[in-house]
Design a protein around this ligand. Structure first.
Ligand SMILES: Cc1cc2nc3c(=O)[nH]c(=O)nc-3n(C[C@H](O)[C@H](O)[C@H](O)COP(=O)(O)OP(=O)(O)OC[C@H]3O[C@@H](n4cnc5c(N)ncnc54)[C@H](O)[C@@H]3O)c2cc1C
Length: 483
């Protein structure tokens, strides 16, 4: 394995000191961030919901935390605007036995509107896509799906508890509205499928007639003929992810002295390697990172990659394969007056893979978010609304469920989910390194899983087996070294 090995001899120990050294014939600036105190220093790369929650748990555990972000502020990529659902009940992994035939259909479909999944032609020339798809298809068996769903359930229930703890311990105000989720089935076959997928979840209620559904969610009365039944889960809620991230940033700065460095993109790593002669084993250690402005940040105890869709390309610099691929989705936001009726729970049209969620109305307005669709488009055009007609299609499907929203203003947005090859996040220490950690690959469930993933990561870093006062959670199924 050819690794870039740079040994730094600088003995800078003072916090924030800049020093120029001659490295690789280029003048580079070394930014040494070693803390004067004994607290371990953890550098977090990326400040979406995963980076911010990781910063929270590490800071709470006594780490000195520095967050590096390539954008001008926190949560401006995927965590800016998503479907808003916090849903432990919606656990079907994206890698499941139904998937191969859907992809096959999408490849040969002439209309992009017909399928919720689409593969862009440019993707067929990408080796990264094929490698990821190979691992992904291996997980599309019934056996793998059942195992993966169990791991998602464990993590999402843990995450639910962690979110409650965070909200009890801090004053965080963010727009939250939904009481539970309702998966709507338009026919008995879909109802049977939802019931089967929900069988490991406690507290679900099977609603086997449309009247029972309407008792739960009266807003659906006007479209009674469109559906057959449904499944309700009281475990779920929703919330505005961007508002939460901004509030958490404030707490990190004010309560935990976390430092944020914006407009800095990590481009490469500085690594030292130790040969363990007794077993011919090489142990690597990250001594620093190189930023886009040609600065080196060093003297860090732990490096944590939480950079969402960009983990795979960045880890390639270290010859580490992290199968996390960007899968584009669309969000439609409908802005209404405050005095109309909103769904009281998340609504999921399972047949169309359409997710509807109303945020808490303010005195002036209400917002209904709708999300869905999946496109394999690679890294090109991430965040760009390349096919507005697909978003329009989402909108039209929504209006069929909630026709009273039709007169109101709509806006479209697009972003990509960082999806791992088995749809389970990768959390933990990378093989052969003693200080390189990842927390990534949360796919379509990052808002739901963020809190538990971050707590688990902090436990792993602190080598604790479980969070005090909470259920034990085994880190093994989430290991980044499982592929
Ligand atoms: C359409 C859509 C709908 C969704 N709906 C839901 C939902 O309803 N419920 C749910 O639970 N989840 C949902 N998700 C998923 C969820 O939003 C994501 O899993 C989550 O936001 C990912 O967070 P992240 O922190 O991993 O990534 P991001 O939010 O993208 O953060 C990564 C950060 O890393 C930074 N970065 C990247 N590379 C570097 C670098 N080299 N140096 C420095 N910084 C870097 C980026 O600028 C970015 O700020 C949805 C996703 C999409 C796309």
């Amino acid at each position: 394995m050819s690794r870039k090995v740079v040994i730094l001899t600088s003995a800078i120990t003072t916090y924030g000191l800049y020093k120029y050294v001659n490295s690789n014939k280029n003048k580079r600036c070394i930014y040494s961030i070693r803390s004067i105190s004994d607290h371990p220093t953890s550098l977090i790369i990326g400040t979406g919901i995963i980076g911010l929650t990781s910063a929270y748990y590490l800071a709470k555990n006594g780490h000195k935390v520095i967050c590096i972000e390539k954008r001008e502020d926190v949560a401006l990529e995927t965590s800016y605007k998503n479907g808003a659902l916090i849903c432990p009940s919606l656990l079907t992994p994206w890698a499941n036995s139904d998937v191969p035939k859907k992809y096959f259909k999408s490849i040969f479909s002439s209309s992009s509107k017909l399928t919720s999944t689409k593969i862009w032609p440019s993707t067929f020339f990408s080796l990264k896509f094929y490698r990821w798809m190979y691992e992904y298809l291996k997980n599309c068996t019934t056996k793998a799906q059942i195992n993966n769903a169990k791991h998602l359930l464990t993590l999402s229930m843990y995450s639910r508890q962690c979110l409650n703890d965070i909200l009890n311990e801090n004053s965080i105000s963010f727009s939250r509205h939904s009481n539970g989720s309702l998966q709507i089935a338009i026919d008995p076959i879909i109802l049977k499928q939802i019931i089967e997928e929900s069988k490991y979840i406690n507290n679900i209620q099977i609603l086997s007639t449309s009247d029972e559904v309407i008792k739960h969610e009266p807003i659906l009365k006007t479209v009674k003929d469109r559906f057959y039944g449904g499944v309700f889960s009281s475990l779920d809620t929703n919330g505005n992810i961007y508002e939460f991230c901004c509030e958490l940033k404030k707490i990190l700065i004010e309560k935990y002295n976390v430092q944020f460095l914006f407009n800095k993109e990590i481009k490469d790593f500085l690594v030292t390697t130790t040969n363990k002669s007794h077993n011919n084993y090489q142990q690597h250690h990250i001594t620093g990172v190189l930023t886009n402005d040609n600065k080196i940040i060093n003297n860090i105890d732990n490096i944590i990659l939480t950079n969402g869709n960009y983990v795979m390309p960045l880890m390639e610099k270290l010859n580490i394969y992290i199968p996390v691929y960007p899968v584009k989705g669309y969000v439609v936001e409908i802005t209404t007056p405050a005095n109309i009726s909103f769904p009281s729970m998340n609504l999921v049209d399972d047949g169309n893979k359409l997710y509807i969620s109303a945020l808490k109305p303010t005195a002036e307005q209400g917002i209904v978010r709708v999300s869905g669709l999946a496109e394999f488009a690679g890294w090109k055009d991430i965040g760009i609304l390349s096919e507005p007609d697909r978003a329009q299609y989402l909108y039209e499907q929504t209006i069929k469920w909630l026709p009273h929203l039709e007169p109101y203003e709509k806006t479209f947005h697009s972003c990509s989910r960082p999806v791992s090859a088995d749809d389970i996040p990768l959390i933990g220490l990378c093989d052969d390194f003693d200080n390189l950690f990842v927390n990534c690959g949360h796919g379509s469930k990052g808002w739901t899983l963020a809190f538990g993933s971050a707590a688990l990561l902090a436990n792993i870093i602190n080598q604790k087996s479980n969070k005090e006062g909470s259920e034990d959670i085994d880190p093994e199924p989430y290991s980044p070294n499982r592929f």
